[in-house]
Design a protein around this ligand. Sequence first.
Ligand code: RTP
Ligand code: MG
Length: 140
Amino acid sequence: MAIERTLSIIKPDATKRNLTGKINAKFEDAGLRIVAQKRIHLTKDQAGVFYAVHKERPFFDELTSFMASEPVVVQVLEGENAIAKNREVMGATNPAEAAAGTIRAEFAESVGENSVHGSDAPETAAVEIAYFFSGLELVG
Ligand code: RTP
Ligand code: MG
């Protein structure tokens, strides 16, 4: 199995409720290593660039306002099969459908305010990591 890296974001609903440590424990317990991490406050425009793939969706304005509402923690997770493993630990987008024990089942407030983001494929992971981190900041 290949060692992968994926981009994770702890979203404003979670940073606001001081859940960064509890969420990081879920990643680490699943065998994912945090090889880069920083707390930043996105502008709505920066959130819009990050979520550009959703710009025609009805929830785009709500999503980008939410992502700029409070600080986020952006991080790079590394491990075997990290992209799929991270999404498994996150749980389904809608917390009502997320499996028990997942981050979204335990912490998410709604389908929009759902505590975490994770890249969905190797190509998007590479683009999303490069959006937030330089190579020098990735310490494996
Ligand atoms: P993410 O990209 O944040 O990891 O989440 P995801 O893959 O599970 O879900 P995606 O379909 O990519 O949607 C991106 C984010 O948009 C918000 N959303 N709101 N109000 C709504 O119906 C709705 N649908 C999606 C969520 O914050 C979702 O994570
Ligand atoms: Mg997505």
